[in-house]
Design a protein around this ligand. Structure first.
Ligand SMILES: Nc1ncnc2c1ncn2[C@@H]1O[C@H](COP(=O)(O)OP(=O)(O)O)[C@@H](O)[C@H]1O
Ligand SMILES: [Mg+2]
Length: 227
């Protein structure tokens, strides 16, 4: 895609991700990893090419439809957490439910999501009063609030120490075991290996693609396709 005459963040990328796969996305800084994830995650749209997710050509959706599709199907986890600073942990998670479902009683579901990530004892804390690891667990709860099928994580442990990184990765592993599709950007080879396969980007292009994991192909239909 072109951001301007000089930058082609992604070029001739043709990938397919199966339902239930965990795909690691790796590559040098500036190679297009975030752009790829944001396009799959409906946060960005390509200047050309198409993306199919769950059988829907999402590149044909208008912005409102795209936003709804994202809220129903995608859970995002970012390196910088991106929690709303003046809202409590509980309110941050409730907000995600509010954005999809509008007004209603979202407190119980939000509390359950926070208990799931072992944050049930910090419901009323604002982000500034939580450690980085705790903030990222709240962000995972927020990503799970609407029970999305697909989890997109952009260097989710990039700002965490080893112990807190491991907690987040364990959560992702249990989500994958439950059947969620996971796309995770990482610089760490050890984290990359947790996926079923790795897509490597070099200057916006996929280098040496690995074959789709055969066990997953047998079980599932095509999930997403970007070209
Ligand atoms: N909003 C933007 N405007 C212009 N160029 C951008 C923008 N976002 C990213 N880029 C450029 O696109 C390329 C890929 O960036 P990005 O997807 O963020 O890479 P990565 O996540 O692998 O570090 C880089 O050359 C980057 O400078
Ligand atoms: Mg990036």
């Amino acid at each position: 895609m072109d951001y301007n005459e000089n930058t082609r963040a992604l070029d001739n990328v043709n990938i397919e991700v199966m339902k239930g796969e965990w795909v690691s996305i790796m590559g040098a800084s500036g190679s297009g990893k975030t752009t790829l994830l944001n396009i799959i995650g409906c946060l960005d749209t390509p200047t050309s090419g198409s993306v199919f997710t769950k059988g829907i050509k999402i590149t044909d959706l208008d912005p409102k439809e795209l936003t709804r599709f994202r809220r129903e199907n995608m859970g995002f986890i970012f390196q910088q957490f991106h929690l709303v600073p003046y809202l409590t942990a509980l309110e941050n998670v409730m907000l995600a439910k509010y954005f999809l479902h509008g007004k209603g009683d979202h407190e119980e579901d939000a509390r359950l999501a926070l208990e799931r990530v072992d944050m049930g004892h910090r419901l009323e804390h604002i982000p500034a009063h939580l450690s980085g690891g705790e903030q990222q667990r709240v962000a995972v709860a927020r990503a799970l609030a609407n029970e999305p099928e697909i989890i997109l994580a952009d260097e989710p442990t990039g700002n965490l120490d080893q112990k807190n990184s491991w907690k987040i990765l364990e959560l992702l592993k249990s989500l994958h075991d439950e059947g969620h599709t996971i796309l995770l950007i990482t610089h760490e080879p050890d984290i990359g290996k947790m996926g079923n396969r790795t897509i490597r980007l070099v200057d916006g292009q996929v280098s040496s693609p690995e074959p789709l994991s055969s066990s997953i192909i047998n079980e599932n239909r095509g999930e997403s396709n970007y070209e």
